[in-house]
Design a protein. Structure first.
Length: 217
């Protein structure tokens, strides 16, 4: 019996148990290799927001700026002058957007709790960022397809998320203990996503990835 209709990334019906702990079970997709938490273990919106309220995302924190620079620096080197973008899932302190603006790139923000103005999702952008967001998406296939649609031809989608290595590492992984983390990507998952989006994929470091949209479709 599958946990729900199938894989939340690719929709594949052939999913199977991956592992379990005392709080949740984890499944893996046979096609895209996404590891995910069944819907019955998802926390409520109120619980999710309460968890995010605990985060200290201070723009003036040198450590946090250094963390975000793992995406900001390579992205800025790729962007043309005057490019404008969207930071999706900006959280309570949209530090990345501020850092990108400092470099001359106009950056809008969206977050379902902290910046829920859906009008920004009706515009198009030269770049979109999602740092520490993908692991929270309950239906990543739907959300990522929507973001890709509003990315202009020739645009860049930059993400940061910790990646699944193997089952042995996953079983002791602190990352899976966060109750708001429900989808866990691997290199295989992101390569599948790149193929699905018909994007060029560039891995930068251990948790930073750029997806390049073709200039002509």
């Amino acid at each position: 019996m599958t946990p729900f209709s199938g894989c939340p990334l690719c929709g594949e019906k052939a999913v199977e148990p991956y592992t379990a702990d005392r709080l949740r079970t984890y499944w893996i997709c046979s096609r895209c290799r996404l590891v995910f938490v069944p819907e019955k273990h998802h926390v409520s919106d109120a619980q999710e927001k309460a968890r995010y309220d605990e985060h200290n995302n201070d723009l003036d924190d040198p450590g946090y700026r250094k963390f975000l620079s793992r995406l900001a620096e390579p992205l800025c080197k790729k962007l043309p002058f005057g490019a404008s973008g969207l930071d999706f899932g900006c959280g309570p302190g949209p530090a990345l957007a501020a850092m990108l603006r400092e470099q001359g790139f106009d950056t809008a923000v969206y977050d379902k709790f902290y910046a829920p103005d859906g009008r920004v999702l009706e515009k198009t952008y030269d770049f979109i960022t999602a740092t520490e967001v993908l692991e929270h998406l309950r239906r990543p296939g739907k959300e990522l397809a929507r973001l890709w649609q509003i990315l202009r031809p020739g645009g860049i989608f930059g993400i940061m998320t910790k990646l699944v290595k193997d089952k042995a590492a996953f079983d002791t992984w602190h990352y899976k203990r966060d109750p708001t983390h429900v989808c866990f990507f691997s290199v295989e998952s992101l390569l599948w996503l790149g193929d699905f989006l018909r994007a060029q994929v560039e891995f930068i470091g251990s948790d930073t990835v750029l997806f390049y949209k073709a200039k002509t479709l």
